[in-house]
Design a protein around this ligand. Sequence first.
Ligand SMILES: *[C@@H]1O[C@H](CO)[C@@H](O)[C@H](O)[C@H]1NC(C)=O
Ligand SMILES: *[C@@H]1O[C@H](CO)[C@@H](O)[C@H](O)[C@H]1NC(C)=O
Ligand SMILES: *[C@@H]1O[C@H](CO)[C@@H](O)[C@H](O)[C@H]1NC(C)=O
Ligand SMILES: *[C@@H]1O[C@H](CO)[C@@H](O)[C@H](O)[C@H]1NC(C)=O
Ligand SMILES: *[C@@H]1O[C@H](CO)[C@@H](O)[C@H](O)[C@H]1NC(C)=O
Ligand SMILES: *[C@@H]1O[C@H](CO)[C@@H](O)[C@H](O)[C@H]1NC(C)=O
Ligand SMILES: *[C@@H]1O[C@H](CO)[C@@H](O)[C@H](O)[C@H]1NC(C)=O
Ligand SMILES: *[C@@H]1O[C@H](CO)[C@@H](O)[C@H](O)[C@H]1NC(C)=O
Length: 556
Amino acid sequence: MLLVSKGGFLLGAAATVGAISKVTRTGRYLYTDDGNRFFVKGVAYQPQGKRTVVASSTNAFGEPSTFTDPLADSASCARDLPFLKQLGVNAIRAYSVDSTLNHDDCMGNLSAAGIYTMRVIQHFYSLNGSIDRASPAWSTNLQDEYLATVAAFAKYDNVLAYNVGNEVMLNNATDPAPFVKAAARDIKAYLTSISSSALVGYAAIDGAADFLVPLANYLSCDSSGSNSGASAIDLFGLNNYEWCGNDSSTTYDGVNGEFAGYNVAAYFSEFGSETCDPGVRVWTETGTLFSSPMTNIWSGGLAFSYFPASSAAGNFGLVNISSDGTTVTPNQDFNNLVSQYGEVSFVNSPSMSSASASSFPACPTTNSSWAASSTLPPTPNDAACACLENALSCQFQTTTSNYSALVGSLIDTACGLLGALNGTCDPIGGSGSTGVYGLLDMCDPITKLSFVFSQYYEQNGRTASACSFQGNGAVNANAPAETALAAATSCIASPSAVFTPSFSAAAPAKSSSSGSGSSSGSSGSNGAASFPSSNVLLSLALVCGGILSSALWTLT
Ligand SMILES: *[C@@H]1O[C@H](CO)[C@@H](O)[C@H](O)[C@H]1NC(C)=O
Ligand SMILES: *[C@@H]1O[C@H](CO)[C@@H](O)[C@H](O)[C@H]1NC(C)=O
Ligand SMILES: *[C@@H]1O[C@H](CO)[C@@H](O)[C@H](O)[C@H]1NC(C)=O
Ligand SMILES: *[C@@H]1O[C@H](CO)[C@@H](O)[C@H](O)[C@H]1NC(C)=O
Ligand SMILES: *[C@@H]1O[C@H](CO)[C@@H](O)[C@H](O)[C@H]1NC(C)=O
Ligand SMILES: *[C@@H]1O[C@H](CO)[C@@H](O)[C@H](O)[C@H]1NC(C)=O
Ligand SMILES: *[C@@H]1O[C@H](CO)[C@@H](O)[C@H](O)[C@H]1NC(C)=O
Ligand SMILES: *[C@@H]1O[C@H](CO)[C@@H](O)[C@H](O)[C@H]1NC(C)=O
C-alpha cells in the first residue's frame, strides 16, 4: 500500500508492529535504531492561525496571533490520519501546541502509523510563547513554557525534534540569534537530563548566503571554545521555496553549495512554491531532494501544507476542510504529491558506522550582515527571579488576566519616568549583538516590571503613591529594606550561570473532549493565550536609554 515506502524502510515496519524506531543523529545524518538512514518525508500540519502582523517582503507569512493545537483534537486527527497515510509521509510538523491539553490519542495513532512529529515549541506570542524578534530575551516564562511542552511530549515515542524557533531571525534582524541558541542549549540539556533522544532544531527563513550561511553556522557552532556541541542544534531546517513548477535539479545548486560542509543534520523544514503552478503543484522537486547529491547534504523535507494556508505568496494547502470540520477534500496538489512521494526511495548511505562525528567550529565573527554575539545569555533561573520578585518593594499587581499590553506599556512608562530620576532600566535589557545581558534580562516580564516599579518607588522616598501606577502596583510589606538593585545583586548571585533547567509539572493535562482542543488568543485557556499582542516590549530599548516618554499613566 501507499503506506509502505519503496525502500521498505521505516513505515512498513512501524505499520505492522507497533513500536516506532528511535531516530538519532550521527554527525550530519539521521539514523533509525537499526542503522538505516532516516529522511524526513513529511508535511506541515498546522491549521492557519489569525495573522496580526502584516506580511513583509522578507516574510510572506505574518506571525499568527492565535492557534489551534492540531494534536489535541481527536476528531480532526482521526479525520486526517487516512489522508496522511495516503500521502505516505513519515513525519508531520506542528508549529504550536498547548501543553496543558491531552495529546495521547492523536500522538499514539500517529506513532502506530509510523509518523513522527516535529514540533516548534513556540506559540508565536511575543510576550509569552516565543522569542520576540523585536525585543528578544531568553527568560524564565519562555523557558517554563518550552519545558512544559517538552515534558508533556516526553512520553511519546514519535517525537523526532523540538524546534526552538521558526523564522525568528531575518536577514536584517539577526540579533535574536544568541537567545535562540541559548534556548537550544538549555532545552538540549533538559532533554539529556530526562534521557530523551529527541533532537533540537530550528527552522529558518531562506535568504541570501551572507545571512543564511552564518545563521546556520552560528546555530551549530561551539560558543564555549572547546569543540563542544552543548549549544549546537542537531537539526537545521530551511524553509525553501526556490523550486518552481518543472524546474531542473540545478535549482538547488546554490543552497547545496552553501550547506556542502555543514556539521549537523539539515533538511527542508518547508518546501512547495505556489508561484509557477498555483493549485496544481507538480512536486517534482521531491525527485531531486531525495536523491544524490542532495541526500549527501540534506535529510529530506516537509511539503507545505496539509491545511489551507494563504499568504501573499499563494494559497498553500493540500486539502480543504468542510466548514463543520468533518470532511476532507483533497485537491490536485494533494494527488500530485501522493504520486511524487510514492516515487521516493531512500538511499542508505553513508552507513551509520562510517558517518563522521560532528566537529563544532568557533562561531562566525560578526559583521554588517551577521550581528549576533557568540556570548550567550545565561540559563533563565526561576529560583533567582522568584527570590527577586519576593524581595522587591513595589510589585506589579493586577486584577486582569489580559495584562500583556499593560505590562509592556507600564514598563515603557516607568522606565521613562525612572530615566529622569536616578534609576536605571539597563538591568532588564540585553543585547544579542554585543552579548551584554542585564542582570534581570533572563527574568519574566512581571519581575522586570516590579523591579522598575520598585526603583521608582524607592527614588521617591518610598511614598505609597509612587507605587500605585494607577492601581497596578502594590507595596510589598514583606520586602527587606534593601533597594531593588541590591536585591537583584543578592538574588541573582551568578548572573551568567549555565545549568540544566528542571521542570516540575504544575497541573495535570486537561482532557480533550472530542472536537475541542482548540486554543486561541481569546479563549484564555492557557497562559500564552493571554498574550495576543505583538511588539509589547518594542520600545523598551529606546525608553531605557533614558528618554522620558510621554506619561501614559498618571501617578496618583
Ligand atoms: C485512534 O485509534 C483508535 C483505535 O483504532 C480509534 O478509536 C481512535 O478514534 C483513533 N484516534 C485518532 C485521533 O485517530
Ligand atoms: C507565561 O506562561 C507561563 C507558563 O504557562 C505562566 O506560568 C505565566 O503565568 C505566563 N505569564 C507570564 C507573564 O509569564
Ligand atoms: C527588514 O527589511 C524589511 C524589508 O526588507 C523591512 O520591512 C523591515 O522593516 C526591516 N526590519 C528591520 C529591523 O530593519
Ligand atoms: C559576514 O560573515 C559571513 C561569514 O560568517 C559571510 O558569509 C558574510 O558574507 C559576511 N558579510 C559581509 C557583509 O561581509
Ligand atoms: C510541468 O510538466 C507537466 C508534464 O509535462 C505539465 O503538464 C505541466 O503543465 C508543467 N507545469 C508547469 C508549471 O510548467
Ligand atoms: C478549496 O477551497 C478553495 C477556497 O474556498 C476553493 O477555491 C477550491 O476550489 C477548493 N478545492 C477543492 C478541491 O474543493
Ligand atoms: C544618584 O546616584 C548616584 C550614584 O549611585 C549618587 O551618588 C547620587 O547621590 C544619586 N543622586 C540622587 C539625587 O539620588
Ligand atoms: C487584551 O488587551 C488588549 C489591549 O488592552 C486588547 O487589544 C485585547 O483585545 C485584549 N484581549 C482580550 C482577549 O481581552
